[in-house]
Design a protein around this ligand. Structure first.
Ligand code: GRF
Length: 291
């Protein structure tokens, strides 16, 4: 039951524990407040007593849940939870960020680094019809592994031999994935994977392609090259993945200035901010445009 709730609400085990505590505390608080109010109003007959009590429960409970969630740092979860609940009661199923087709979508994130982009994507789609169903990476010690564990998302650790010369892990990838999202994944994507997900694999590159891309152009190498070239601006590129490094059709680009005295780290920070801002909504747009 708990695993089902974790999946439904897309929260880690620890967060689910907090949420259940909040429900319990808010429930008790609601009962207490409602009883006190009915007593204050002096209603004695059983039928109006029950009617008033139930009416007060429905009014007090949402307020109690929101109030109790505050000190636990879970206000955003309950705000969205209540908004969806009221929408459902009113017969509206238009939860924010639902894909235009109205169906649920699944994405798989490939990442092998700190995972800051992955985290932004997970946050963006939390409480929406889009779920991050799996995270794939090739380093067991990377930050992304802790993110996957904390978020309760299955993590698939892959190794080079099977990825490039075996079955590319196809049998273990989520077969229902609508989009494979590369976010700091440095290996080339092998042909069987590209064939299995035609135009459904996207990558983000920390420069304005087609310049400063290709083999070896990752992380600080990119920013160092940009600074050495004397470019006045750099930026980000979101593109489809084909069989070559940083080569597929460009989906989206955004630029930022290169400032006098910039270091690779300073430029990287500006680029990261751009990535966090644009990658999640671009993924959302792509999902909405899918048939
Ligand atoms: C990003 O800069 C992205 O452009 C590149 O790898 C980096 C990943 O960073 N492909 P993070 O792990 O998401 O923080």
């Amino acid at each position: 039951m708990f695993e089902g709730l974790q999946k439904k609400w897309k929260v880690s085990g620890w967060r689910l524990f907090l949420i259940l505590i909040i429900f319990a505390l808010a429930g008790s608080l609601t009962g207490y407040v409602a009883r006190k109010l009915v007593a204050t109003l002096g209603v004695e007959h059983i039928v109006p007593y029950i009617l008033l009590y139930v009416l007060l429960l429905t009014i007090v409970w949402p307020l109690a849940v929101l109030t109790v969630s505050l000190p636990f740092g879970q206000f955003p979860f309950f705000r969205t939870y209540l908004a969806r609940l009221f929408n459902r009661i009113r017969g509206r199923h238009t939860a924010e960020k639902t894909s235009s087709a109205g169906t649920s979508k699944r994405i798989v994130i490939f990442a092998s680094g700190a995972g800051s982009n992955a985290q932004k994507i997970i946050d963006h789609f939390r409480h929406s019809a889009v779920s991050v169903s799996q995270i794939v990476g090739n380093r067991a010690d990377a930050g992304i592994v802790s993110i996957a564990r904390r978020e309760g998302i299955p993590f698939l650790l892959i190794e080079r031999e099977r990825f490039f010369r075996g079955d590319a892990y196809l049998p273990e990838l989520d077969p229902a994935a609508d989009l494979l999202v590369l976010a700091g994944f440095l290996w080339k994507v092998p042909a069987p994977l590209i064939e299995a997900f035609p135009r459904r694999i996207v990558n983000i590159h920390p420069a304005l392609l087609p310049r400063f891309g290709g083999k070896g152009m990752y992380g600080s190498h990119v920013h160092t090259a940009v600074l050495q070239s004397g470019e006045a601006e750099s930026g980000i590129t979101i593109h489809y993945v084909d069989g070559h490094y940083d080569n597929g059709d460009i989906i989206f680009q955004a630029a930022c200035p290169v400032l006098p005295g910039d270091t690779p780290d300073g430029l990287a920070a500006r680029i990261h901010a751009l990535e966090h801002l644009h990658y999640p909504p671009t993924i959302e747009k792509l999902l909405n445009e899918q048939p």
